[in-house]
Each structure stands twice: as C-alpha cells, then as structure tokens.
Ligand binder design. Structure first.
Ligand SMILES: [Zn+2]
Length: 235
C-alpha cells in the first residue's frame, strides 16, 4: 500500500491485483483506497483518480455527514448506552460484584471501576460486556443461519475489528466486532448472513448478493441502516 496525492485528494494505492478495472472506495475510517490492475503505472492510476474527482468529493462529503452522527458519551449517571438496538441508562452503583451488568432496564456500572481506572476502565467494562454477550448471540445466530445458507463454519470469535464489522477467515472462523452488539437484532442477523455468504463468494458481486437475497430478501434495508447508522454504534 502506498500513499499518493492528486491535487487535494490523498489516497492509498493497492496495486498488483489481478483485476481489470480500477476500484475506488471510501473506507469506514474515511480513507480513499484505490485498487488498480497490476499492469497500471502509478501515473495511470493518478489519472483515473483525477477523472473520478467529483465522485470522490461527493462521497467524502457524505462520509463526513454520516460520521457527524457519531456520539461522544460521558461516563455519568443518566448517559445512555446501546444494547441490541435499545438505549439503556447508565447508573454508577456501589457494591456490585461484577464490573457491569444490565439490570432492571439499565446498565449498572460499578463505581469502583471508574474510581480506580477512569474512563478507560469503564470503556473496557463495556467492551467486555458486549464481547461476552456477542459470543453467545453470534454462536446462536450462526448456527441458525449456516444451514439456511448451506455452509459449515469452524466457529466464531468476537473482538475489536477496527473499522470492520466482521470478517470471514479462510480457516472457516467468523470474526465479529463487539460493536455489532449495539445494533438491533435484525442488523446483527444481516451481518451474520453477509459473512456466511462469503463462504460461497469472497467478493461483493451479483452472485454474492444473490446468495444473501435467498436467505434474507430485505437485506438492502438492513445494509442501508448499517451504512447510515453505523457511526452511532460506538462508545
Ligand atoms: Zn462482505
């Protein structure tokens, strides 16, 4: 990957792929990533980027709008946190034997956690909560959908995946970001079906979406929800 610049557009070039056309995407972190055919020189790629300038500006502007919805949370009583699409209020509690739990319609965070470790420890308590809940949920939903998609898996992992929601490893393990657990169940299921369908096709071409469509005919709405609301699923 090399960093390049055309006028005011900075982009990262992934060259050498066996593709025939140049593909430009705005990643979830706002980077412009360009994949180009192996036969192209860097100057040729620059020319393609230059010709797509208006498209890139438009999409970067849209990315900024979507990310403006990202929330900044405070770790105080009454702040809300998401779990499976619902918002729950936070209470800081004394005398609780686990760092964080969902109880009586709200998140109860042990006051000790904040007093000893500050917001970093509070954030970690939430990450662990989502990771633990995610392990059970993704295990169940993968088992439910795998036969429908017609694939077998080698198991699931829930972890921090940076700017990706999920991935499907060649070993047959599915990886999911703990942040997925903030999304509504319908969206969690979409992420599961999406990854399972990658066992059939490791790309996002028509054949891939056709597989998704067989199991989840309303996938477009769910995909769009994730695109628009994804930035709000954060701590
Ligand atoms: Zn995918």
């Amino acid at each position: 990957m090399s960093a390049r610049r055309v006028r005011d557009i900075e982009y990262q070039l992934l060259s050498g792929s066996p593709r025939k056309t140049t593909d430009i995407v705005i990643e979830r972190d706002g980077r412009v990533v360009v994949r180009s055919p192996a036969s192209y020189t860097a100057e040729q790629v620059d020319a393609v980027v230059e010709s797509k300038r208006m498209w890139i500006y438009r999409n970067l502007a849209e990315w900024r709008d979507l990310n403006a919805s990202a929330v900044v949370r405070e770790w105080v009583n009454g702040e809300t946190f998401l779990y499976l699409g619902s918002a729950y209020r936070l209470s800081l509690v004394s005398q609780q034997d686990v760092p964080l739990q969902l109880k009586e319609g709200g998140f109860c965070l042990s006051r000790d956690v904040i007093e000893r470790g500050g917001t970093a420890a509070a954030r970690m308590a939430f990450e662990r909560f989502y990771t633990n809940k995610g392990q059970q949920r993704f295990h169940d939903r993968v088992n439910y959908y795998a036969p429908k998609v017609g694939v077998g898996t080698a198991g699931i992992k829930v972890k921090d995946m940076g700017y990706r929601w999920a991935s499907c490893g060649r070993s047959g393990i599915l990886n999911f970001h703990w942040k997925c657990m903030m999304a509504p169940p319908k969206i969690v299921d979409y992420i599961v079906v999406h990854e399972l369908c990658h066992f059939h096709h490791r790309h996002h071409g028509d054949e891939f979406w056709n597989e998704v469509d067989k199991v989840m005919p309303d996938w477009r709405e769910r995909k769009e929800w994730l695109r628009k609301q994804g930035a709000s699923l954060d701590l």
